[in-house]
Design a protein around this ligand. Structure first.
Ligand code: DAH
Length: 342
């Protein structure tokens, strides 16, 4: 019996020393320590021994079992450790290996322009304010001297949510909101999405962005407006840009003007330029002296205060500045605009 057990132990040890995976170990565990294994068989056979030999034999079997179990545990620790080391070795990162190619993103052209404008106007003492995109007719039209019969209120131009609620058609309602809630001096800019019921094409989109400026104080004059917009023009298009004011009409300003700048693409060289259609000028914004009627509607004494306002579309600026021929590119996540350097 003793020899048998010893032989079993030797056999188990040598099998163990060759097992180098957890699966192999488990198979050996079943083989040697399982219910049908040799030790269990020996235990079961104890009954056939004499009462004298039985306790001794039982002790041997149990000792052998204990030994095999502790050898299993030791081997299991070794196998696990080896597996961990192998995994570490195979997962080592070679930091000197050349990287795979990837693309950097970049700011959207509208964000680039907006950041620059905010920077410029904040530098001139303007404060950034925001207004809602779903707006009351009152602020979008009425207080801006665009009464009920005004053609710009036509549902073909403006999205109506209800009779007196619209998707703002410009950022100008923020002017009315600001004048009603603050006292002069007021110097604010506001930008954001605006909506008009336009068909989508290369120069129109039902959703677009504007930036609006408003300055109200004592003795604000047209010359202040010109100086401010010249600073703006030079910042956006460079120091050589020329600024041209053309008389225009807006219900909320009087007098009103539209402002053209030297074409950034051809620099005013008359020819076949696509950006300015050969005129040498690009139209960039609307502006004027705030209509005294608007000041009064918004609770500001037009006998004491005057002011100027301006508003412009960011899409047009971005298109002129970056030579983007189609407005749709700005809304379609075009990788040529959003991708950066490789
Ligand atoms: N709100 C005008 C538009 O959407 C732009 C504009 C013109 C804004 C003159 C102004 C302004 O503040 O004074 O076309």
């Amino acid at each position: 019996m003793r020899d048998k057990i010893q032989a079993l132990l030797d056999e188990a040890r040598s099998a163990l020393s060759e097992a180098d995976t957890l699966q192999a170990l488990e198979a050996l565990r079943v083989q040697y320590l399982g219910k049908k294994g040799p030790l269990s068989l020996l235990l079961r056979g104890l009954g056939q021994l004499s009462a004298v030999d039985r306790p001794e034999a039982g002790k041997w079997i149990n000792a052998a079992r204990g030994e095999i179990e502790s050898e299993f545990a030791a081997r299991e620790t070794d196998v696990k450790k080896a597996a961990r080391l192998a995994a570490l070795a195979s997962e080592t990162i070679d930091v000197t290996e050349p990287r795979e190619d990837y693309q950097l993103g970049s700011l959207h052209p509208i964000s680039i322009i907006l950041d620059e404008l905010v920077d410029l106007f904040v530098g001139m003492g303007y404060e950034v304010v925001e207004g809602p995109e779903v707006e009351y007719d009152l602020y979008n039209f009425e207080l801006l001297n665009q009464p009920k019969h005004h053609p710009a209120r036509d549902a073909q131009d403006t999205f109506y949510i209800e009779d007196n609620i619209v998707l703002r058609s410009h950022t100008s309602p923020v002017q009315a909101r600001t004048m009603l809630s603050r006292k002069p001096p007021i110097r604010i800019i506001s930008s954001g999405r605006c909506y008009r019921a336009d068909e989508v094409d290369a120069t129109h989109s039902p959703v677009f962005h504007q930036i609006e400026g408003l300055y109200i104080d004592k003795d604000v004059r047209m010359s202040d407006l010109k100086g401010t917009l010249e600073a703006f023009a030079k910042r956006i298009y460079g120091p050589d840009v020329s600024v041209r004011f053309r008389p225009s009409f807006f219900p909320f300003t009087e007098p009103s003007a539209e402002v053209d700048l030297t074409c950034p693409a051809c620099k005013g060289a008359l020819g076949g330029c696509r950006v300015c259609k050969g005129t040498g000028w690009v139209e960039v914004l609307g502006c004027g002296m705030v209509n005294p009627k608007v000041l009064e509607l918004c609770g500001i004494d037009s006998g004491v205060y005057s002011g100027f306002a301006f508003g412009m579309g960011l899409e047009r600026l971005a298109m002129q500045r970056f030579g983007i021929p189609d407005m749709r590119w700005l809304f379609e996540g075009d990788a040529r605009l959003m991708g950066g350097r490789r």
